[in-house]
Design a protein around this ligand. Sequence first.
Ligand SMILES: Nc1ncnc2c1ncn2[C@@H]1O[C@H](COP(=O)(O)OP(=O)(O)OP(=O)(O)O)[C@@H](O)[C@H]1O
Ligand SMILES: [Mg+2]
Length: 309
Amino acid sequence: MSPEQLRRARVLVVGDVMLDRYWFSSVERISPEAPVPVALVQREQDRLGGAANVALNAATLGAQTTLLSVVGADDAGRRLAQLVADTPIRSALCQVPGLRTTMKLRLVSRQQQLIRMDFESAPDHEVLLDLMDRYAQELEHHDVVLLSDYGKGGLGHVERMVQLARARSRMVLVDPKGRDYSRYRGATLITPNRVEFALAAGDWRDEPELERRAQTMREQLQLEALLVTRADEGMSLYTAAGALHVPAQAKEVFDVSGAGDTVIATLAVMLGAGAALDEAVRTANRAASIVVGKLGTASVTPAELWPQA
Ligand SMILES: Nc1ncnc2c1ncn2[C@@H]1O[C@H](COP(=O)(O)OP(=O)(O)OP(=O)(O)O)[C@@H](O)[C@H]1O
Ligand SMILES: [Mg+2]
């Protein structure tokens, strides 16, 4: 796939955006108020998380990428909007008064997390209706829809989003959450990891049982494909044609967080650029093997994927 072809892909990312905030501190003493350490915060770092990290991955591969989501009209929401503005992502972020932006705040000392504090609130019905209107407009200008579900409520209308996209013959890729995937019915492809798939479909003892569970779900939900990402076991694609297993390729594994984001973003860009599904899956597996060798959630460039080109 050439960079020119990748640039032709138009990807609409919708879902739960979040701000990943890190406070780096030194701990030297115990508090006089309570038997807890006192952390002196020395440096702050913010990163795009959730659906925003997915969009960053798609944009880094060169695709025309729009990010549609809601944030609060708060400090974290403004920071998220600012971080997105510093990337090639086209922002369709809506700042909603009264909504609390999803933020994961980590207090780190000596390379260790001492605590993680989560802030979030689910968008209400009115907000989701406005989002749906905007979605219908944006759909016209994109080839692939990528729904990144982190269970924070931003995809309250996911069923209608899938239906609308399929009615317009757009491909729909979903990174799922929860036990019940029936709301993703009719999507082109869903990408659960092992734990997520076991939660939704039940555990498996051996490979044939996994395949049976995957194919049963794929047929019941009328999906074209189901991709189970399997960490160090690579990934398995299930379609009407059968199963395709792609082994993991990573040589060095530093940080696996965000590998799933890289997988689905790469799939969306490849499919949007006209690649066949198995080529898209092999490329996504290579992208994931590169990204797990980087620290923190990260993304991959076309030059890293195709060094010879
Ligand atoms: N330990 C590992 N060794 C080699 N490859 C890995 C490892 N972990 C992840 N990968 C690669 O990344 C892909 C996605 O990883 P995984 O199945 O853990 O997704 P995930 O749990 O959704 O990730 P996350 O939620 O952290 O973003 C795998 O299919 C594989 O290609
Ligand atoms: Mg994941």
